[in-house]
Design a protein around this ligand. Structure first.
Ligand code: SF4
Ligand code: SF4
Length: 463
């Protein structure tokens, strides 16, 4: 039976109706929530933490973690020899995840030598997404929806949207305690696995990977499990990465931080010049709470070439050329009004490393800044912004948005190995499942060529 808010106990749910409500409804609450808990004061009185400092690199205080993070951090890619060179540039943050193939294990000998020079994040994989979700979690989530909505069939995101609508209308929320308890158990188990795989005793931040369900912040068992691991010295900070449904998840994060006991110190959102303006209120509210923000997928997903303008930008930059990935990162590093602390780069060879690690110290003249803004906006106009609507609409339950992201990993992010890995994990060819009904195209606000992308993907990941 669904319960009214004021009947819900502390462990299960919260006194307010914040998390899970559509982001638009939260607009006015954001600033207020950010003001309620001025986390900056105690944090700023503490000393900052330096690791692997190099005068050639730019650093930024990573919110209340107090860690001075290199403005470019390293994600997927490379080998020990490249990692040593990356360390030599002053980069001091390496990101991995239990779900990134064997990467944690490959990092083990490297971490045995250089752990003290690095900030290390890893992630509990695939338990809080609408499509990437542990089967047990999914089953419990559907049960909770059955009790709340009287139905459990269909795409999880569609059920979630229906539940949010009911919450808005009635003030009730689904009872997700059993879901939270399972996630909490998985978090503890996977944290132990990750520590063992990396051969380290403590990870700086163990994140929820690809968080999509904002009601997770109502599940205090997850927080309590993290707090226990923190006390045991296994993890220093809580955080998450988010690939889609950003607005709703980030708004729920602001609320959870304001309300406590949650203390979400670090987030890795997929944010790019196209989505930045839309997410700015939530990012600004998080910044006010002194949360560290490391941007992923900073190049966005391009839609059209900007032939002709590259040369103008090159001229303005004194003859130095910047490709589309670099332009995206330049934008995020220099034109986001200090909301973004660092950008992640998947550096897979020395050439990429040399280019990426120089981006934080690039100086943009006013004219170059204007040109960069214009070019990047033009490139991204009408591109996929990972809203997730196509996935919800698909009658064949194809994870359309994820597939579009894998396609971008191949064609735009030079992360083919990651694309291959994730595509193999999905375990199906979307072009075979697709019945060409066109429902995804009907709901797409950006006229993305979805069918073509799905048809290209199997070959693209194998090439
Ligand atoms: S066209 Fe294909 S991918 Fe799009 S909604 Fe229909 S079945 Fe799903
Ligand atoms: S509906 Fe369009 S913009 Fe939204 S995720 Fe799908 S392809 Fe991208």
């Amino acid at each position: 039976m669904p319960r009214k808010h004021n009947e819900i106990d502390r462990r299960g749910f919260l006194k307010t109706t914040a998390a899970g409500v559509g982001a638009a409804a939260l607009g006015n609450k954001l600033a207020h929530a950010a003001e309620e808990r001025p986390a900056t004061q105690p944090a700023e009185s503490q000393e900052v933490i330096w690791r692997n400092r190099n005068p050639e690199m730019e650093y930024r205080r990573l919110g209340r973690t107090q860690f001075m993070v290199s403005r470019i951090v390293h994600g997927w890619g490379g080998n020990e020899s490249l990692w040593r060179r990356i360390l030599g540039t002053g980069v001091n943050y390496f990101d991995t995840a239990l779900g990134y193939g064997n990467l944690e294990v490959e990092l083990k000998p490297f971490l045995a030598r250089y752990r003290d020079r690095l900030w290390v994040t890893s992630k509990v994989s695939d338990i809080t997404g609408y499509t990437k979700i542990d089967e047990g979690v999914q089953e419990l989530y559907r049960k909770a929806m059955k009790a709340f909505l009287g139905k459990e069939e269909g795409h999880l995101l569609a059920l979630h949207k229906e539940a949010v609508a009911k919450q808005k209308a009635t003030g009730e929320k689904p009872d997700l305690r059993a879901v939270g308890q399972r996630i909490a158990r998985l978090y503890a188990e996977m944290l132990d696995q990750s520590l063992e795989r990396m051969g380290i005793e403590c990870v700086d931040c163990y994140m929820m990977h690809g968080l999509e369900i904002p009601w997770m912040f109502d599940c205090l068992d997850i927080w309590e499990t993290y707090a226990k691991a923190h006390k045991a010295g296994k993890v220093k900070h809580f955080g998450f990465s988010v690939h889609q449904h950003h607005k709703e998840v980030l708004a729920a994060t602001v609320e959870a931080n304001a309300r406590g006991p949650w203390k979400i110190d670090l987030i890795m959102p997929g944010v790019n010049p196209e989505s930045f303006d839309q997410l700015k209120p939530e990012l600004a509210a998080l910044k006010k709470q002194d949360v560290g923000i490391v941007a992923m997928k900073t190049s966005g997903i391009k839609n059209r070439p900007v032939d002709g303008r590259e040369q103008r930008f090159t001229d303005l930059m004194g003859g130095r050329e910047y490709n589309e990935w670099e332009r995206g990162k330049l934008w995020m590093l220099h034109l986001t009004e200090d909301l973004i602390d660092a950008c992640i780069a998947a550096m897979s060879n020395v050439e990429e490393m040399e280019k990426d690690t120089r981006l934080p110290s690039v100086k943009l003249t006013a004219a170059a800044e204007r040109e960069l803004r214009a070019m990047v906006k033009l490139e991204m106009a009408g591109a996929c912004h990972l809203c997730g609507s196509c996935t919800t609409a698909c009658p064949e339950h194809i994870a359309v948005t994820d597939m579009i992201r894998y396609h971008a990993y191949v064609h735009q992010y030079n992360e083919k190995a990651l694309a291959r890995e994730l595509y193999a994990k999905a375990g199906y060819d979307p072009s075979r499942l697709c019945n060409q009904c066109g429902a995804c195209a009907d709901v797409c606000p950006s006229d993305v060529r979805i069918s073509e992308i799905l048809a290209e993907l199997p070959l693209a990941v194998r090439a």
